[in-house]
Write a protein that binds this ligand. Structure first.
Ligand code: NAD
Length: 455
């Protein structure tokens, strides 16, 4: 519902003239890239912490688990399922988990009677459905990483079971909790831009990030995981749907894999960057340069704690895992550029682009309204009033997910402790539509047809 305030009242109420807002951070709260996670500013007071079992102690399992170390009075991790022994051990140690509550795989957790309030599902994309359905059947509340599932039918099954059991399923559409997007939505819905006519939204993946995750990494093959429009951009479809507060009626998409293919492999390149590649020194995707010399994105390797052994260990990984393979000689199929046009109810349109070939990450959004516009880059946005020409800037400290990761956890804990899903903005009900948009975008891309989006 749009609030019809006077524009001056709205600008005052939205606090835009204040300019910058900051949120605190603490030293040990770090994401997988060792970047500080911004802390939530909401204070919860609970009688006892919510207890949870993590399925999948990889990067995301550690980001959410880290919350319990910062706020032990709110969240207590009491169990873990993780097949990689070193990850399982490290997670147990970090969270002081009893040996009997450590499991090799998610299935084992559910062989035991329910022993916690909630399950955190941070397993790979194709292993969300199993643990989520089982958790709901057994009466657990759930924190579910996106994508809900790579299959539309499974997404709908999870929604149906969540409704039937009345349990809370929070989907990790973390951008909904990022202060930047929360403010942008407030502005769009306040009426200060007049009628919102259209949106242009860009997701620059950044070329090395693309090569790491979608050429060499876990999501390089859409058939084994999820098409990139869901694996990467379900956040963006979701944020557009959420910002507009309007159902999507139609979507059309184009995109393909242009660059990271065999035919673009330079002469002299080898199967692995460690095989004496002749062009390694001039290749922006050299695994030796990224992982070994610059030590970027080493979190995927489970480095030994002894620092003197880390370099040799990384080199060994480059010789044995996909991370050392030539980006032009992988079995990847994810598009490296993807555009979609979206029609929302009432005629509002959005143009969305996901781009691999950028030197920067984050999001860029332009909102065009009848009385004003907004230009933003996920930390700062500027609103211009067409009548007065006045520009108002709003700035927010940010992290990899705009500060949304731990804010989501706070709201999830609050919702569980009060048995009230309305305290969350990314419940399964609210999140499913953007997944359907993603499935339809992919159908459109494959069949070159405009697709209707129906819930
Ligand atoms: N919300 C976001 O912005 C965001 C960001 C990155 C990833 N993700 C999603 O989060 C999920 C996890 O991604 P990640 O980057 O942490 O990957 P990851 O590979 O680091 O972690 C996944 C973990 O699950 C474990 N696992 C595999 N099989 C298992 C089983 N049978 N039982 C229990 N654990 C098992 C793996 O060994 C691994 O440690 C994926 O679905 C991914 O798409 C979401």
């Amino acid at each position: 519902m749009q609030k019809h305030w006077s524009r001056r009242d709205a600008i005052r109420a939205l606090g835009l003239s204040i300019g910058a807002a900051t949120i605190p951070s603490i030293s040990f709260a770090k994401d997988e890239n060792q970047q500080p996670i911004l802390l939530p500013n909401k204070k919860l007071s609970l009688d006892k912490p919510v207890t949870a079992i993590t399925c999948g102690a990889g990067n995301r399992g550690n980001v959410y688990g880290g919350y319990s170390l910062a706020y032990p009075g709110q969240l207590d991790i009491v169990g873990v399922a993780e097949p990689i022994a070193i990850r399982n051990e490290r997670y147990m140690k970090k969270h002081d988990i009893k040996p009997e509550n450590s499991f090799v795989t998610w299935e084992d957790v559910f062989k035991r009677p329910k022993f916690a309030d909630a399950i955190i599902i941070t397993t790979p994309d194709n292993l969300h459905y199993g643990p989520c359905m089982k958790a709901l059947e057994m009466g657990y509340d759930v924190l579910l990483e996106k994508p809900i599932s790579p299959s539309e039918k499974e997404c709908r099954d999870i929604l149906a079971l969540a409704k039937k059991t009345g349990r809370i399923v929070a989907v990790c559409h973390v951008l909904r909790y990022a202060p930047y997007f929360v403010k942008l939505k407030e502005i769009m819905q306040s009426g200060v831009l007049g009628e919102v006519i259209s949106i242009q939204h860009l997701e620059p993946i950044e070329h090395i990030h693309m090569s790491h995750s979608y050429v060499r990494g876990n999501w390089h093959n859409s058939k084994e995981t999820t098409p990139i429009i869901l694996a990467k951009s379900c956040h963006d479809l979701d944020i557009l749907r959420w910002l507009t507060e309007k159902p999507c009626t139609h979507i059309q998409a184009f995109g393909n894999l242009r660059w990271f293919t065999q035919k673009n492999a330079p002469a002299g390149s080898t199967a692995r960057c460690t095989d004496g590649c002749k062009v390694e020194a001039s290749c922006p995707y050299s695994a030796l340069d990224i992982y070994y010399r610059k030590r970027q994105r080493n979190y995927v390797f489970d480095l030994p704690e002894d620092k003197s052994k880390q370099a040799d260990y990384v080199m060994e990984q480059l010789k044995t895992t996909n991370y050392g393979r030539c980006v032009y000689k992988m079995d990847n199929d994810q598009p490296d550029h993807y555009t979609s046009n979206i029609l929302f109810e009432g005629g509002l349109t959005a143009a969305f682009s996901m781009e691999a070939f950028t030197s920067y990450e984050g999001r860029r959004t332009r909102v065009m309204g009848s009385l004003g516009d907004v230009v933003g880059d996920m930390t700062t946005f500027t609103m211009t009033d067409f009548l007065t020409g006045k520009k108002t800037e709003w700035k927010q400290e940010s992290d990899g997910h705009g500060g949304g990761d731990w804010r989501l956890v706070t709201d999830w804990i609050n919702a569980i402790s009060k048995h009230d899903p309305s305290l969350l903005t990314s419940t399964i009900d609210a999140s499913i539509e953007s997944h359907v948009m993603g499935f339809m975008a992919e159908k459109s891309r494959m069949n070159k047809k405009v697709m209707e989006v129906k819930l």
